[in-house]
Design a protein around this ligand. Structure first.
Ligand code: SF4
Ligand code: SF4
Length: 279
């Protein structure tokens, strides 16, 4: 049941690896327990709830019936075979989404899978995986969707959306979202704009090979396929694991997880990551 006056939230997983839940569970500032126990009433989560089974399903149904809640949806929708490409608790996964979304004040599509199918939708996409917004539109469910991509999504991004809606009492329609339904303050700047290796990019100092002298010097990773210039997200500012590091700082070229859409022709993850600069 909903705790006191706290804002009810239900967290449903579709075709997911649970990485976005794991990412959130590691959050330190504020830590996940503070968010889940003091800021919201998390009435249902397959991974984070202490209870399980019928009592949890009941809590979810009661929350949906009462209305005035937020749905966090993690993972892709798999539409193939009448939604049975992902069958959960005896029902097509698509039905679980429709039931949970239709009475919600807003849906937070959490992680790249939920935003556009993520790697679940990679070619040849045999299960017709897609994002929440696309599926709800097809199903005629009219509910505001906030897209928070990332593989996994950064926990601070989810917390900032929850702060806006729960603590600042903003209506979903008043959130500052960009044309893709992503929070503009987080997803309107490129990785490249805030990258600590940017000076090397401007100086033409590049890493062409892992294990090279250039790599040791921390040069720019563009020739290795870094998608930082084409990817909009503030990873280099909020960083990961309690603001310790992030992909590019750790020496991995940005793969564009916040941007790549496997359902867009020409946006194949292999194609976009093919190295294109030679020494
Ligand atoms: Fe897992 Fe990435 Fe999908 Fe999140 S976006 S559920 S981390 S595959
Ligand atoms: Fe840009 Fe990537 Fe080079 Fe950073 S490592 S400066 S994001 S191309």
């Amino acid at each position: 049941a909903t705790k006191g006056n706290l804002y009810p939230v239900i967290w449903v997983e579709g075709a997911s690896c649970t990485g976005c839940t794991e990412s959130f569970a590691q959050a330190q500032t504020p830590n996940a327990a503070e968010v889940v126990l003091d800021m919201i009433s998390l009435n249902y989560s397959e991974t984070l709830s202490a209870a399980a089974g019928y009592s949890m399903e009941e809590a979810k149904e009661q929350t949906i019936e009462a209305g005035d809640y937020i749905l966090i949806y993690e993972g892709a929708i798999q539409e193939k075979w009448g939604g049975n490409a992902l069958r959960v608790a005896g029902k097509p996964g698509t039905e679980h989404l429709i039931e949970a979304a239709k009475n919600a004040n807003a849906v937070v599509a959490l992680g790249s899978c939920a935003v556009n199918g993520g790697w679940m939708g990679a070619k040849p996409n045999v299960t017709d995986a897609m994002g929440v917004q696309q599926y709800l539109k097809k199903a005629g469910i009219n509910v505001p969707v906030v897209n928070v991509p990332g593989c996994p999504a950064n926990p601070e991004w989810l917390t900032s959306v929850l702060v806006d809606v729960v603590l600042m009492k903003l209506k979903p329609a008043d959130l500052d979202l960009n044309s893709e339904g992503k929070p503009a303050g987080i997803f309107n700047q490129t990785i490249h704009d805030n990258c600590e290796r940017r000076g090397h990019f401007e100086n033409g100092e590049f890493v062409y090979e892992f294990g090279s002298e250039e790599e040791k010097k921390g040069y720019c990773l563009y020739p290795l396929g870094c998608r930082g210039p084409q990817t909009k997200s503030n990873c280099g500012v909020v960083m990961w694991n309690d603001r310790r590091s992030w992909c590019v700082q750790a020496g991995a070229p940005c793969i564009g997880c916040c941007e790549a859409n496997p359902n867009d022709p020409g946006q194949n993850w292999v194609e976009v990551n093919t190295p294109f600069l030679k020494r």
